[in-house]
Design a protein around this ligand. Structure first.
Ligand SMILES: Cc1ncc(COP(=O)(O)O)c(C=O)c1O
Length: 348
C-alpha cells in the first residue's frame, strides 16, 4: 500500500531491492537434510551473537515460540507468562493444542513480570499438582507498548527459575529493539535463557523467518522434530535466510531511527490529547494510545486516520497501537501526526 503510511505493525515492511538481490543470489540446498548453506550460516551466526549453543531457523515467530516452549515444558505441565504475552494472546491456542501445555498467566504492568509475583505462583511436582516447568518473558513487550525488561529484572527471574530448576524462555521477537534501546548486548541476554525465539521479520525487515536459540546442543534434534511436525521443515530456505542475514547486516542499528520516530509521534499526540499517551513510557518503536478518558473509540480513530491515508491498529475498543518501522520515514511520521491530531480532536 505505497500511498498509505502504515503504522499497524512492524511486520508490514517489504524487502528492499538490495535485500531481494541478496535473496536471489543465495546459495541453497535442502534444509530438511540440513544441507542449506545459507540457513546453516544464519543459524550459526545468530547462535554466536547470543552465545547460545544451537539455533534453528523457522518460518515465523509463532513457530519459534511454539517449538521452544515445547522443548522446555512437557505436555500437561505448566508455563507461566504474563496475561498479555503473545504466546497466549496471538498464537491461536497453539501451546494448548499442539503442546498440551497448561499456561498460567499473571497480569503485569506493561507485561513485565515481577519476580515476587512469579515466585508466589510457582507450583511443584506432586501426584495431583500441575508443576511449573517454565517461565516465559517477552522482550520487548508487544501489548505492553514496546516495554523493555530491565536486565536486573531478567536476572532476578533467572535466579528464581534456576533455584527451582525451572526453564526460562524469551519471546525475543523484538530483542533487537531492546538491545538498541538499552545497549544490553545480545550475549548478555542469551546468557539468561534456556530458549529464545528471535524474529527477523519485525523491525529488521526480512519478509519471513525467526530463529530458535537453545542453550543445549541436545535440544536441536527434538527441536527439528517438532518443527517438522508443525510443518515448518522447509527445503531451499536459503533464499529466505539470506534476507535474514541481510537484515542483520543492515537493519539493527537503524532501529534507533524507529525509536526516535515513535517518541516524536508520542510527543505530537500528547500535544493535543495528553491523557491518551505516556510519553515517558515510549521506549522503543511502539506507541500505545489509551482512549478511555476521551469520548471516542479506537475504531473511529482508525477510520478517521485511514481516510487521511494513515493506518493504525485498534487493538481494543479504546486502545490504539502505532508502530514505527523501516518503511515509514520522517515525512510519513509528519503525515501520521496530522492525521492523528485531527482524529483525536474531532468529536466522534
Ligand atoms: C512479541 C511477538 N512474538 C511473536 C510474534 C509472532 O511472529 P509471527 O507473526 O512471525 O508468527 C509476534 C508478532 O508480531 C510478536 O509481536
Amino acid at each position: 500500500m505505497p500511498d498509505l503510511v502504515d503504522l499497524r505493525s512492524d511486520t508490514v515492511t517489504r524487502p528492499s531491492e538490495e535485500m531481494r538481490r541478496a535473496m536471489a543470489a543465495a546459495d541453497v540446498g535442502d534444509d530438511v537434510y540440513g544441507e542449506d548453506p545459507t540457513v546453516n550460516a544464519l543459524e550459526d551466526r545468530v547462535a554466536a551473537m547470543f552465545g547460545m549453543r544451537a539455533a534453528l531457523y523457522v518460518p515465523s515467530g509463532t513457530m519459534g515460540n511454539q517449538v521452544a516452549i515445547r522443548l522446555v515444558c512437557p505436555a500437561a505441565d505448566e508455563l507461566i507468562c504474563d496475561a498479555d504475552a503473545h504466546i497466549v494472546s496471538y498464537e491461536g491456542g497453539g501451546a494448548a493444542q499442539h503442546g498440551g501445555i497448561q499456561t498460567r498467566t499473571l497480569v503485569a504492568d506493561r507485561g513485565l513480570l515481577e519476580v515476587d509475583a512469579v515466585a508466589a505462583q510457582l507450583r511443584f511436582p506432586g501426584y495431583h499438582t500441575v508443576p511449573t516447568r517454565a517461565v516465559a518473558v517477552e522482550q520487548t513487550h508487544n501489548r505492553g507498548g514496546g516495554a523493555v525488561y530491565p536486565l536486573s529484572r531478567l536476572k532476578e527471574l533467572r535466579a528464581l527459575t534456576t533455584s527451582y530448576g525451572i526453564a526460562f524462555h524469551c519471546d525475543g521477537a523484538r530483542i533487537w529493539n531492546a538491545h538498541v534501546a538499552s545497549r544490553v548486548s545480545f550475549d548478555e541476554y542469551g546468557a539468561l535463557f534456556d530458549t529464545m525465539s528471535v524474529c527477523l521479520s519485525k523491525g529488521l525487515g526480512a519478509p519471513v523467518g525467526s530463529v530458535v536459540l537453545m542453550s543445549d546442543e541436545a535440544m536441536v534434534e527434538p527441536a527439528r522434530a517438532i518443527r517438522r511436525r508443525l510443518g515448518g521443515g522447509m527445503r531451499q530456505a536459503g533464499v529466505l535466510a539470506a534476507a535474514g542475514a541481510f537484515a542483520l547486516d543492515h537493519n539493527v542499528e537503524r532501529l534507533a531511527d524507529d525509536h526516535r520516530r515513535a517518541a516524536r509521534l508520542a510527543a505530537a499526540v500528547a500535544d493535543v490529547a495528553p491523557v491518551t499517551v505516556r510519553v515517558d513510557q515510549v521506549e522503543t518503536n511502539i506507541v500505545p494510545l489509551d482512549l478511555s478518558p476521551l469520548e471516542i473509540d479506537a475504531a473511529t480513530v482508525a477510520a478517521s486516520c485511514r481516510a487521511d491515508g494513515v493506518l493504525v491498529s485498534a487493538v481494543g475498543p479504546r486502545r490504539v497501537r502505532l508502530v514505527t518501522h523501516l518503511d515509514v520515514d520522517d515525512a510519513g511520521i509528519e503525515r501520521a501526526i496530522g492525521a492523528l491530531q485531527r482524529a483525536l480532536t474531532t468529536p466522534g
